[in-house]
Design a protein around this ligand. Structure first.
Ligand SMILES: *[C@@H]1O[C@H](CO)[C@@H](O)[C@H](O)[C@H]1NC(C)=O
Ligand SMILES: *[C@@H]1O[C@H](CO)[C@@H](O)[C@H](O)[C@H]1NC(C)=O
Ligand SMILES: *[C@@H]1O[C@H](CO)[C@@H](O)[C@H](O)[C@H]1NC(C)=O
Ligand SMILES: *[C@@H]1O[C@H](CO)[C@@H](O)[C@H](O)[C@H]1NC(C)=O
Ligand SMILES: *[C@@H]1O[C@H](CO)[C@@H](O)[C@H](O)[C@H]1NC(C)=O
Length: 945
């Protein structure tokens, strides 16, 4: 008994010793194999944990159990069954992977790494391998046929590599295989019929290879297949009718091959098909009738075949359908309103068929629709207005049909639309300005219709318009809106074959991306804008116009010498110089004389006419703006001065925004009716307006014209995007956008404008009513002084002012007692406005505090608008300098104020260096600096400022 016991014990000890010994041996063999492979890799960061650790009480380092390493799993016996290291940037080869060291490996997943080279043939030593996933690496060479020995394989995924060669036929021995995924490789040859032995196969994915010849009939045996994807190969022949046996099929992908014959008619007999993609083959015959009731369909591609079918009969309603392409597939019939019930549809393409009838407005129910392509069919009727409800639509292509009626303005509601092609139809009417609301538009083509009217300038809102603007072959009239030049990304512009007149806007120079342009066959005249696109355009781009000139091919140069196309020969040249130049000079002199005389006559007649007009009634105007804008246009553009168009109001009247039919935007100031009196001296009044309209200064708002009418008087100005300085300073957000650099620049701009009016004009012109409300800012925050001379226009007998013109808080104090308006009044107002810019509010309280000595010891930096961060060092200098000048200008004593010329020069750089630390400078120190000669008692005088 004891001996039995002891021998059992002995056996037990021996067994345990043997077991742990073999276990350790297995572990170390596998660990070494892994480490050897790791060493052969170039990038192994992910395998950080794969390493040998010295064992606590052993002299030689041995592997810590690999079972704890990243991606490794062992069985209970400590042998590796899983190596799972996907997407780890492992870089290297499989050559030094000792597959034979892993007799128990079941899972090998190295997908999504950077493994290159061949799949080694000795992979066949992984006897137990069930899952082999090497997808998405850079493996090359052919698939070793020895893989056919891995009898236990259930999944073989070698997709998305660069494998070449053929599919080994002995893969057909892998009868346990459920997934055979070899797509996205360079595999050639035919599909081996042996694959028909893979009775358990569920997914067969071979798409995107170079497979040829026909599909083996044996594939019809794969009764469990749910997916067969063999698209994008060079397969040919017909699809075996045996495919119909595949009762579980969900995905059938045959597109982009050379298949011919009929489509399997009963393909959806099982009622499971979700993807039926057979596009771009040579299939003929009927669309499978089983598709009609195949409600599971999600994706259908029939395009590019020669099928027969009436779309309203062969297609049903598919609640899950998200993609259908049946372009160029030989279909006919009318679009059924039922399409509106395919609520998940995102892409509907059926171009190039024989589809007729109208576009059913029910399509507008497809609120997920992103692509609607019905081009090149025989659709008639109007484009349903409801299509404006397709809120997801990105691409609408109705090109080349027989659609009539108007372009629905509702299309402007398609806020996601990027591509709109309505070309080659019979659309008429005008181009709806609402299209300008489709702000994502990249491509707009309305060519080949009967559209008339002018090009709506609102198109310039399409800032993303890049690929194409094609309005050619229509009946468009009017001028090309100058704003089109703002489409700076536009690459292709075609306005040819219309009746556009006028000149090409010079703003087109700004279209720097333009690579192709066609303005031929219009009534355009005048010079071509500068710019590469114009100079490099072929002659055809401008032919058939009235009189374009410029540096482009085939056009005459613009200067008067355009008639002298000099000959090539040198002799000709000499004759030319000897005879033609003197002749030319004579001709020019004569024509100048004739012109002057004619002009003189004309003017005289015009004056007479005007006088007549005046006698007739009550309307006279001076319009320097295109010579076209008339009173009626302004009334129309503002809907008779509807408050919706009102953009501001001031002492003299309200200001309206008018979008003129020519595409221009102007500001119209509608003045309060003048109290009863007619204009006293019409001629001097007219002269003065004439002068004002002729002023061109970058800091003065352009006055286009004046219209005097018994009911109302209008001033017509350049429109300024950002509105008045006053309104910006009052709005915290807008004020923050106007940083110190911009503010200093506005002050400079104002000073330049005033200096120009006071010193460069004879006689000088005084503004009389400068305030932050009539300093306007353009989109770049550049200042524009508006309402110059308006005060005087409205009180023509200003020599004896009965009431004070000007805005309270900005009027120079001396006007209260002298009533004498001088330039110095403007200087005062300038000082106030400048301080307002610096302080962010009207400086009224500053003025009152300056009467005290404490006030004068205010730090300059304490004046600065607190809504902005302190200016940077460089900018601080400018701000302090501007403050100093502004204080000087708002001096109570007019004689102490500097001239605007002086201010303008100081601001633009020529100033004396400022003293000391700008952060501690006080107002009184500043004032000493302005007028050092006044130091002493005067500098402390309370009304110094
Ligand atoms: C693979 O191992 C062999 C020796 O077994 C060695 O010569 C070769 O350089 C190794 N290959 C790589 C890629 O490390
Ligand atoms: C493996 O890791 C576990 C916990 O992470 C640890 O307890 C164990 O000792 C490790 N085994 C070896 C052999 O390193
Ligand atoms: C391999 O890993 C990837 C990434 O985690 C995974 O998507 C894939 O299904 C795995 N393959 C197998 C056969 O488990
Ligand atoms: C194919 O593999 C590349 C890397 O080789 C990867 O970037 C890409 O995402 C993979 N494509 C697919 C569809 O998995
Ligand atoms: C494997 O397939 C090949 C060719 O398909 C065949 O000749 C061979 O007998 C098969 N081998 C085994 C072990 O079944």
């Amino acid at each position: 008994m004891a001996s039995l016991n002891s021998s059992f014990l002995l056996f037990l000890v021996a067994y345990v010793m043997f077991d742990s010994c073999s276990r350790a041996a297995a572990e170390s063999q596998e660990a070494e194999a892994l480490l050897k492979w790791k060493d052969s890799l170039l990038q192994t960061q992910a395998l950080h944990s794969w390493s040998l650790l010295p064992k606590a009480n052993a002299s030689t380092p041995i592997a810590s159990s690999p079972c704890n390493w990243t991606g490794i799993k062992c069985n209970d016996a400590g042998s590796i069954i899983e190596i799972n290291i996907p997407n780890a940037i492992l870089t290297g080869k499989l050559d030094n992977f000792s597959f034979s060291a892993f007799p128990n490996l079941i899972h090998l997943n190295l997908s999504g790494n950077r493994l290159s080279g061949n799949i080694p043939a000795h992979i066949d030593t992984l006897f137990k391998l069930s899952f082999l996933d090497l997808a998405s690496n850079q493996l090359s060479g052919s698939i070793p046929s020895k893989i056919g020995k891995l009898k236990n394989l259930i999944l073989l995924d070698l997709s998305n590599n660069s494998l070449t060669g053929t599919i080994p036929s002995n893969l057909g021995n892998l009868t346990k295989l459920t997934n055979l995924l070899l797509h996205r490789n360079l595999i050639s040859g035919s599909i081996p019929p042996e694959l028909g032995n893979l009775k358990n196969l569920i997914r067969l994915s071979l798409f995107s290879n170079s497979l040829t010849s026909s599909v083996p009939l044996s594939l019809g045996n794969l009764r469990n297949l749910t997916e067969i994807s063999i698209s994008k190969n060079q397969l040919s022949g017909s699809i075996p009718q045996e495919m119909t046996n595949l009762r579980h099929l969900v995905i059938l992908g045959l597109s982009d091959n050379n298949f011919s014959g009929h489509l399997p008619q009963q393909i959806c007999r099982s009622g499971l098909i979700q993807r039926f993609t057979v596009g771009n083959n040579h299939f003929t015959g009927p669309v499978p009738e089983s598709l009609r009731n195949c409600t599971t369909l999600k994706r259908v591609r029939l395009e590019g075949n020669q099928l027969i079918g009436n779309i309203s009969e062969v297609f049903g309603v598919y609640p899950d359908l998200d993609f259908i392409d049946m372009s160029n597939s030989g279909l006919y019939g009318e679009l059924s309103p039922n399409w509106g019930d395919c609520r998940n549809l995102m892409t509907l393409k059926m171009s190039g068929n024989n589809i007729s009838g109208r576009i059913p407005s029910q399509i507008a129910k497809l609120h997920k629709l992103g692509v609607l392509d019905l081009s090149s069919n025989f659709l008639t009727g109007e484009i349903p207005n409801d299509l404006g409800r397709l809120s997801s639509l990105i691409n609408m292509n109705l090109r080349n049909n027989q659609l009539s009626g108007l372009v629905p303005q509702e299309l402007g509601e398609l806020s996601n639309l990027e591509i709109l092609d309505l070309s080659m139809n019979k659309l008429r009417g005008t181009i709806p300005q609402q299209l300008g609301d489709c702000s994502k538009m990249r491509f707009l083509k309305l060519s080949g219709n009967e559209l008339n009217g002018s090009i709506p300038f609102q198109i310039v809102s399409l800032v993303n318009l890049q690929v194409m603007l094609d309005l050619s072959h229509n009946l468009l009239t009017g001028e090309i809106p100058s704003q089109l030049g703002k489409l700076q990304r536009l690459e292709n512009l075609n306005l040819s074959h219309n009746m556009l007149s006028g000149s090409i806007p010079s703003s087109f120079e700004d279209m720097l991306s333009l690579s192709s342009i066609d303005l031929s066959h219009n009534d355009l005249e005048g010079p071509l804008p500068d710019g590469k696109a114009f100079q490099q355009a072929p002659a055809e781009a401008f032919t058939g116009n009235k009189g374009l000139c410029g540096k482009a091919q085939g056009l005459q140069l613009c200067n008067n010498s355009s008639s002298m196309n000099s000959g090539d020969g040198k002799k000709d040249h000499k004759i030319f110089i000897a005879i033609f130049i003197p002749l030319l000079v004579v001709i020019i002199l004569l024509s100048v004389f004739v012109f002057l005389y004619y002009n003189f006559r004309q003017r005289k007649r015009k004056v007479e006419n005007d006088v007549k007009k005046k006698n007739h009634g009550n309307l006279f105007s001076i319009w320097n703006y295109d010579g076209k804008v008339v009173f009626e246009d302004l009334i129309e553009a503002t809907e008779n001065f509807d408050s919706r168009y009102c953009i501001g109001a001031g002492g003299y009247g309200r200001v309206y925004r008018a979008d003129l039919p020519t595409g221009h935007v102007v500001a119209v100031k509608k003045l309060h009716p003048v109290e009863g009196n007619e204009v006293a001296d019409e001629r001097s009044f007219r002269n003065e307006i004439q002068t004002l309209t002729e002023i061109r200064h970058r800091n003065i708002v352009k006055l286009y014209g004046f219209c005097f009418h018994s009911q109302c008087s209008l001033l017509n100005y350049e429109y300024m995007e950002r509105g008045s300085l006053g309104s910006i300073l009052k709005d915290a957000e807008k004020a923050m956008a106007m940083n110190w650099v911009k503010r200093v620049n506005v002050i400079k701009g104002m000073a330049n404008a005033l200096s120009y009016m006071h010193h460069d004009l004879t006689p000088p012109m005084i503004h009389r009513d400068l305030s932050s409300n009539n300093i306007l800012l353009d989109s770049e925050f550049e200042a524009r002084v508006s309402d110059f001379g308006t005060a005087r226009l409205l009180k023509p007998d200003s020599s004896n002012w009965s009431t004070l013109a000007g805005t309270y808080g900005y009027v120079a104090p001396e006007l209260a007692y002298t009533m004498k308006v001088t330039e110095k009044c403007d200087v005062y107002s300038f000082g106030v406005v400048s301080l307002e810019i610096i302080m962010g509010r009207h400086p009224g309280d500053l003025f009152s505090s300056l009467t005290s000595l404490e006030g004068q010891d205010t730090l300059v930096i304490d004046l600065l608008d607190e809504r902005l961060p302190l200016p940077t060092a460089q900018c601080m200098k400018d701000v302090v300098c501007a403050t100093m000048l502004a204080l000087g200008c708002s001096c109570a004593n007019p004689h102490s104020r500097p001239t605007m010329q002086h201010v303008s020069q100081e601001l633009s750089g020529g100033r004396a260096p400022l003293p000391q630390d700008l952060h501690t400078i006080t107002l009184s120190q500043l004032s000493d600096h302005i007028y050092p000669e006044h130091t002493g008692q005067d500098s402390r005088s309370p009304r110094k400022f």
